[in-house]
Design a protein around this ligand. Sequence first.
Ligand code: GLN
Length: 531
Amino acid sequence: MPADANELIRRPGHELAAGLRAGAFSSVELAEAHLAAAERDNHGLHAWLTIEGARARAAATAADSRLAQARHEGPAALAALPPLLGLPVALKDLVSVEGGQCTAGSRILEGYTAPYDAHITERLRAAGAVILGKTNMDEFAMGSSTEHSAYGPTSNPWDLERVPGGSSGGSAAAVAAFHAPFGIGTDTGGSIRQPAAMCGIVGMKPTYGRVSRYGIVAFASSLDQIGPFARDSRDAAALLHAVAGRDERDSTSAPVPVPDALLALATSDDAAAGALRGKRLGLPREYFVAGMEPGVEARVREAVAALEAAGATVDEVSLPHTEYGLATYYIVAPAEASANLARYDGIRYGRGRRDGDTLANELATRGEGFGAEVKRRIMLGTYALSAGYYDAYYLKAQKVRTLIKADFDQLWAQGFDALVAPTSPTVAFRFGARLADPVSMYLSDACTLPVNMAGLPGVSIPCGLSDGLPVGLQLIGAPWSETGLLELARGYEAITAGAPWRGLDPAQLTLAGDPTQPTPAERAAALAGAA
Ligand code: GLN
């Protein structure tokens, strides 16, 4: 290998792309370096439910042929290659990959094999990306810590006794731990942005309709969006560009063009910082919620001051219906989930009991196959949709949802380019800290849920550490403003490029690969025993 593998995997995707084109290393070498790190650390992190070396090597070999051909043809052919060609990507285990597992973190889908590729899988293949495997997640994406995975928890590489956030905690931990420069998550109420914040990486929830949900295991269909994880904004933009766009198989995917400007975020720090001048940002006062950790608030306010110093104007604004975000989300999301999860009857997907009559089999399959949190949501949702309660709960929640959206609309009408807020009120918490009290877990997403309710894009970017743990800054924009949000993110990266916390490795990453150390499940059990 021409470069040291440990140095190579720390480089951002856009640098790796340039190295591949220049022939400095091959895609197979890149895949090997990342696979080795993933396999080594999975003992201590459990970020991956499956690592698929053979498939990854085959994709990398194909990418190397495309690269060799283009090098032979000359600079124009090299420039025309897709940005993700030959680069490793981690997929949350709810994305269908033909012939591969797709558990959605649930026992009920154990042994199920996806019969086709998701839309985004097709897109990633066409782009020549190298899928390394599938990552851990809360069961059916219900949760904020990845502790609701039926396959055991994932550790945060910054502190192995803490959660990586969730529900896309496996992808976030894998990208933070340099197992892949790119990861895919889904965000129904915060599940990309919150784990990105807790793992110290970039995570974006695109506008509802930006990315086709075809082939993704559904949680709440009017809220779910697929989006990118990366270690910087340019990589997040490139991954979003690769997967976004209209697809007839998802009628909610929008016929809105995907801006090529996503691929042209400023390369120089000076240009990126300069673009902050004159930007109009709003600071929603309701997002500085009670219970927010002082260290989180301090980092977010410092980031706001840095943006102002770079020439942005920041005004305090109000989103008065924010306080209803949580209550309405926990009507709408479980209602939709109760309908979506009705299909897991033991006949069509995954495991099923066959030893009784049809009803007994279905009840036994669902009783054994679903975890406690999923059952709680199905009960909440079925109740909220039942005759006599539909108007009081579901319909009411949908009306309040319109008010939440109207709060944002009124700020876009006033000309704000984006809103700046914390992503999560706290840094990563210890295993078990919120398991006994579901509402305390639900509160993890108070600052992200309204964005899903309104269908808006939002991105979380790292803005420093509090007590040695990452803090996320959230940027929220008007529908279809992903490019603008990522330009702001890029600008913030530029003005903080010299910050001492940038470029730090996650503090406990080296312990993750030590086979004498406990696994995440053992750490969680020890903490539960001590409590
Ligand atoms: N934590 C929230 C929930 O449990 C959001 C999850 C998500 O975005 N998938 O529903």
